[in-house]
Design a protein around this ligand. Sequence first.
Ligand code: A8S
Length: 162
Amino acid sequence: MKTSQQHHRCGSTLVQTIDAPLPLVWSIIRRFDNPQAYKQFVKTCDLSSGDGGEGSIREVTIVSGLPAIFSRERLDELDDESHMMAISIIGGDHRLVNYRSKTKAFVAAEEDEKTVVVESYVVDVPEGNSEEETTSFADTIVGFNLKSLAKLTEKMVAHLKL
Ligand code: A8S
């Protein structure tokens, strides 16, 4: 008898310190309906279910040059008290199958005006790929997104201070 297929999973955690206050950074992160505010690989985003709260589903299209055209994603949790959101990727023409992420924002220790964002994810390792290939691909995208979130919110702070 054939052994049941092993569900190979992998994941990692990325940390970004941002020179902007938590309420501002969180106000950008929490907009499940507007990831293109800082995610540069997102071309368009439309909600196909919900109003941006828990349980909402978004249909994301990806800029050209990447190995994917679209992604369907669900907002599993949105907690404005603990500044945490959890998202699942539930469809699309890409290889990040069963991708789930958790993003949490904190006030930096002893730095009231700084924010630390911690993003973790787990995902299936696709047939024919190694764990290392899978995490390095996802880490690159998540890392870009966090850098771009930092750049945007730091620029907003600079403008607010003018
Ligand atoms: C996020 C995280 C990731 C998004 C990946 C990892 C993705 O949007 C891109 C390319 C892909 O091949 C997969 O927080 C997918 O958005 C940029 C379309 C899901």
